[in-house]
Write a protein that binds this ligand. Structure first.
Ligand code: SAM
Length: 289
């Protein structure tokens, strides 16, 4: 693909002429509304010259708004047809580096690219219209980098945003939300209607903002936290004592850890807050024989 058509009708004609059809599997719903792109960039509150990672560059509409702020942008795009198009379209528009890869398979590459680009204090942001299928795992992956983004401002399906921002004990609360909220404070900041996209999705979307918590767990603590969540969360309706006893190989070990963490053994797994999980993971280590 080459050329620099700007209007959607021209872009679509151009894409069709080279046989491109948006892929549902890759979540290719492109955000065309300038005012929504501008709102997302405003929500991100980028610091001057702050490095931005954009996962799923697509046709580069949002990227162009990001570059207009003067921030260097590191883009990731899995679809070679789109990465060629975006690289061509954005050439000369600012500092833009494109990683042509699957975000979920590129943890080390992302880490290297970000660390090479960020100044010493390591502050950088994620701003993205995320592909549905990989959006949540991609955010968890980025939250586990040695230097995670200080803020993530992302457009996701509303239902996904509701789940990731949910409170413990609610039906929406799940393991991915807990993993993200261990590191970030999460909230929804605006709804976006299907009309803002081409092709139009069937559901509403929302901009979600995640701010790095003060005192977020370090990588050693996160390994413990993730391991415990993986072991217990599938039994979310059970009282914590039983799955914990299976995980630790005995009731005594479970009771010791629960007492040390100050947790009620009768509490259900789904009720535990992020702080409860952190205390329990630390208590298991502290009370291990
Ligand atoms: N940023 C563009 C916009 O706002 O219009 C496109 C967003 S579109 C919702 C998601 C983009 O992510 C698509 O371009 C798709 O090809 C890309 N994508 C899907 N899965 C991906 C993956 N695993 N790694 C990197 N990019 C991916």
């Amino acid at each position: 693909m080459s050329g620099r058509p700007e209007k959607w009708s021209a872009i679509r004609a151009h894409l069709e002429s080279v046989g491109f059809r948006p892929s549902r599997r890759l979540g290719q719903n492109f955000l065309l509304e300038d005012n929504v792109c501008e709102a997302i960039v405003r929500d991100a509150e980028l610091e001057p010259g702050e490095v931005v990672l954009e996962v799923g560059v697509g046709l580069g509409f949002l990227t162009r708004h990001l570059l207009a702020t003067g921030s260097p942008v590191i883009g990731v795009e899995i679809d070679p047809r789109l990465s060629d198009f975006a690289a061509d379209r954005l050439a000369g528009e600012g500092s833009f580096e494109l990683l042509r890869t699957d975000v979920l398979a590129a943890k080390n590459r992302l880490s290297e690219a970000v660390l090479a680009a960020v100044p010493k204090q390591g502050r950088w942001s994620l701003v993205s219209n995320l592909p549905y299928a990989v959006g949540s795992p991609a955010m968890v992956l980025l939250s586990r980098l040695a230097v995670p983004p200080r803020r993530m401002t992302v457009l996701v399906q509303l239902e996904v945003g509701d789940r990731l921002c949910a409170d413990p004990g609610t039906p929406e609360w799940g393991a991915l939300g807990a993993r993200l909220q261990a590191v970030y404070e999460a909230r929804l900041v605006r709804r976006v209607a299907p009309e803002a996209f081409r092709p139009r999705p069937k559901v509403d979307s929302a901009v979600m903002q995640l701010d790095l918590r003060e005192g977020a767990p370090d990588s050693v603590e996160l390994v413990r936290f993730d391991r415990l969540l993986t072991a217990l969360f599938p039994q979310r309706r059970k009282r914590v004592r039983n799955p914990l006893a299976s995980h630790l190989g005995g009731r005594e070990a479970a009771d010791r850890a629960l007492a040390q963490a100050g947790l009620d053994p009768e509490a259900r797994v789904a009720w535990l807050t992020v702080d409860d999980w952190r205390r329990l993971a630390a208590a298991i280590d502290a009370t291990a024989p």
